[in-house]
Design a binder for this molecule. Structure first.
Ligand SMILES: C[S@@+](CC[C@H](N)C(=O)[O-])C[C@H]1O[C@@H](n2cnc3c(N)ncnc32)[C@H](O)[C@@H]1O
Length: 269
């Protein structure tokens, strides 16, 4: 991850605040940390060790901060950050199987997770990032199922003026003390390598040169499946008939329909 001292940083969806606390080692110009849960829920899940450390370092922390819900942002100064970071985003766990059945009756969980990430990008650019600042959004995720089926590089910014700039491997050792949290258990996310994906309203950003541009692009590849290059037509046809590809295409169609049918939900200006 690229972090510069002169940046004003907002973290979204921190689990136990260990990431925000570790970020302070990079001495950013300003840091505001946010947690989706209430303070009581966070303490119940993970304790308050990192919250206490942030308090001692006078770092503002907002609880019950839902990046999709403007009513929860009241404690935050508008458009005052250079970078907004969401580490390992994932929908909050469903309270019960019946809640899962209700919420996912008419919508695929893959689409719900993509909505979360798209809302994060659009709301960050419209409400959190300073238009005269660095204009950067970072999402760190893992390139394994189910996360890779979100098609992060190609699908989240469709029909917006937000540009995908590229990615950089996430080096956990840059953040001593950071414990990557699962959504609901006091347990670390499996130690699979993370990748930080970067967006900006600027098409060419000063940090672009340090990023790897979107891969698997062009006629010889299947961009959504991150497959290829196919050396022959037979290879391509075989891929197109594979279970993996058919599943991915079904998810892409659901996502395209969701964006088409719900454009208003992404524009909470
Ligand atoms: C897999 S956990 C990762 C937690 C933490 N970022 C980390 O890296 O350890 C996913 C996090 O996303 C948060 N989250 C889910 N939906 C959110 C939303 N609408 N707004 C803010 N955070 C959200 C959850 O509360 C949870 O903490």
């Amino acid at each position: 991850m690229i972090i510069k001292k002169q940046w004003r940083i907002l973290t979204v969806g921190d689990g136990d605040l260990s990431f925000s606390n570790a970020l302070l080692n990079h001495q950013p110009a300003a840091l505001t940390a946010t947690v989706y849960d209430s303070l009581a829920t966070m303490i119940d899940k993970y304790g308050d060790l990192f919250y206490q450390q942030l308090k001692m370092k006078n770092t503002p922390v907002l609880f019950e901060f839902d990046v999709c819900n403007a009513n929860s942002w009241t404690g935050l100064a508008k458009n005052s950050f250079d970078v907004v970071i969401f580490q390992f985003p994932l929908l909050p766990a469903f309270g019960s199987f019946s809640e899962y059945q209700n919420r996912c009756a008419n919508i695929n969980i893959n689409t719900l997770n993509r909505r979360l990430l798209r809302d994060f990008l659009i709301n960050s650019f419209n409400h959190f990032l300073d238009p005269n600042g660095q204009q950067l959004c970072f999402i760190t995720s893992k390139d394994v199922k189910p996360y890779r089926q979100w098609n992060i590089e190609n699908s989240l910014n469709l029909q917006t003026d937000i540009n995908y700039l590229g990615s950089i491997p996430f080096a956990l050792k840059m953040f001593p003390g950071y414990k990557i949290r699962n959504v609901d258990r006091d347990k670390h996310v499996k130690d699979t390598k993370g990748v930080t994906y970067v967006w900006s309203r600027q098409q060419n950003h000063a940090i672009s040169g340090r990023l790897t541009a979107a891969q698997f692009q062009g006629a010889d590849y299947c961009t959504a499946c991150r497959a290829g290059p196919f050396s022959t037509d037979v290879d391509r046809i075989e891929h197109n008939h594979s279970k993996k590809h058919l599943q991915m295409m079904a998810l892409e169609r659901l996502w395209a329909t969701d964006i088409r049918d719900n454009p208003q939900q992404f524009n909470q200006n």
